[in-house]
Design a protein around this ligand. Structure first.
Ligand code: ACO
Length: 428
């Protein structure tokens, strides 16, 4: 294979190395372009820019392939669990029995948050969005672990294993407490059960009435979390890496990731999908009018389209099946699932969507599962954040452990005013 590429600019030819990934992706390494030629590359939205070398996750968007550390998402979804996959994503290999048990035990032992943090929840107005609370509380959590949030690379890395466990475990308590605060319900202390059972217990148990999972809700939730665990350089993960590149600690970096995830073009789409399906249902439309509106640019089919996937998102395939099976086992018949299926069928045979390669993404079916479980719509993106935590942690680790890691600092092309002289306010 050719190991250099040439860029011709005016009269100059400039040679650059070609980098090839382990699964054949190629990139021209233009890091020296400006120094050699005076030019920079312009790629607004970074659709064509590799921002890092990473060993965590591989996506082939054209073929609809997603792998974590070499394992396909289908294989993991069939055989693994959220926390085992979290270990794989963070540490690079599937754990042996002993390491897995130790990790699970640590997760259990960090299930509650410092009681002084309970007071933080009282200071949010009840109308506060759960994502605003989550982002704030994750940064506050760092304040309760100052030895792990020093912004000194070596010290933060020395505490990495514990910090990772604390974040994965406690984010669950923060989510449940946010829900209960907003509902005016007392906080429920954690129980010594599995990750998702404990979450469901902290969310839905009452002091006088323990939540009982008779329908495999914990299993469906575990799958949901696993399917969200990492997705290479998406908006929130790139944000985490960006913040980490300046030397910020893991708590601060994932808190920024939560803020990035909140947007409706990213993780916030899972809320937007359910709102869209509810509106379609309330209007009596079977989805066809909505498809027409989307084609005219009057609406966006939320949960459809992806920057990288130009094929079916493999996670959406698994979640579509999972939504049917959880509704079946709960004996529920949600008309929104039928509308979603109709929207999908219509879109997949419509030229507008075919030509633009728009397929269902991870958010299209996930809300139907969360709704069936009883999670309120404004908590949907918080659930995404619970799932994405291992990916953010792994990406922070990759930056922090790289001695050659540089601060992320893109350039720009300035297109503003050129030269102006100051005019005093009374003369303007
Ligand atoms: N409905 C209708 N048309 C769409 C949709 C959609 N959901 N998504 C893209 N298009 C159209 C665009 O209008 C554009 O049309 P044009 O070429 O005629 O101008 C074309 O498809 C290409 O779209 P872009 O906006 O250039 O695609 P981009 O890669 O920038 O955006 C994104 C990807 C943000 C995911 C977009 O598809 C979208 O907004 N989808 C809906 C929101 C959503 O589901 N987000 C979750 C993504 S997954 C995640 O982040 C977890």
């Amino acid at each position: 294979m050719e190991d250099t590429g040439t860029i011709r600019l005016g009269n100059g030819n400039f040679e650059f190395p070609i980098i090839e990934g382990t699964l054949g992706e190629k990139a021209i390494d233009t890091r020296a372009l400006r120094a050699k030629s005076g030019c920079i590359t312009y790629d607004e939205g970074y659709g064509n820019t590799g921002s890092c070398l990473s060993k965590i996750t591989f996506i082939n968007g054209e073929k609809g392939i997603l792998k974590h550390r070499g394992y396909s998402i289908e294989d993991l979804a069939k055989n693994s669990t959220f926390l085992e996959t979290a270990m794989l994503i963070i540490y690079g290999d599937l754990p042996n029995q002993e390491n897995l048990e130790t990790f699970l035990q640590k997760i259990r032992s960090h299930a509650s948050i410092h009681t002084s943090m309970n007071g933080h929840f009282d200071s949010f107005p009840s109308a506060a969005h759960p994502m605003a609370i989550l982002s704030s509380m994750l940064n506050s959590l760092g304040a309760y672990h100052p030895e792990m949030s020093t912004n000194n690379r070596e010290e933060d890395l020395a505490h990495f294993d514990e910090t990772a466990v604390i974040l994965i475990s406690k984010v669950r308590a923060i989510a449940a407490m946010t829900y209960r605060m907003k509902m005016g319900m007392p906080f429920i202390p954690p129980a010594d059960t599995s990750y998702t059972s404990n979450f469901l217990h902290m969310m839905f148990s009452e002091p006088y009435n323990e939540y009982v999972d008779n329908h495999g809700v914990g299993k469906a939730l575990d799958l949901f979390l696993m399917l969200h665990a990492d997705h290479e350089q998406n908006c929130s993960t790139s944000t985490v890496r960006m913040v980490a590149s300046g030397g910020a600690n893991l708590f601060a970096s994932v808190s920024a990731g939560v803020s990035a995830l909140w947007g409706p073009s990213h993780g916030g789409a899972n809320m937007a999908v359910i709102k869209m399906l509810e509106e379609i249902h309330a209007s009596g439309d079977d989805g066809s009018k909505f498809i027409e509106a989307a084609k005219k640019g009057e609406a966006k089919l939320m949960g459809f389209g992806h920057r990288v996937y130009k094929n079916y998102d493999p996670r959406a395939k698994i979640l579509g099946k999972s939504s049917e099976s959880i509704l079946g086992s709960m004996g529920m018949n949600d008309p929104l699932l039928e509308i979603a299926r109709k929207l999908e069928q219509s879109a997949l045979k419509d030229d507008y969507f075919i030509n633009r390669k728009l397929y269902p993404n991870v958010d299209f079916y996930s809300g139907i599962i969360l709704k069936a479980i009883g999670i309120p719509v404004d908590m949907f993106t918080v659930m995404f954040a619970l799932g994405r935590m291992p990916g953010w942690i792994a990406n922070w680790k990759e930056i922090a452990e790289n001695p050659k890691s540089r601060i992320h600092r893109p350039r720009q092309i300035y297109i503003g005013e050129t030269e102006r002289s100051y005019v005093p306010v009374n003369k303007r």
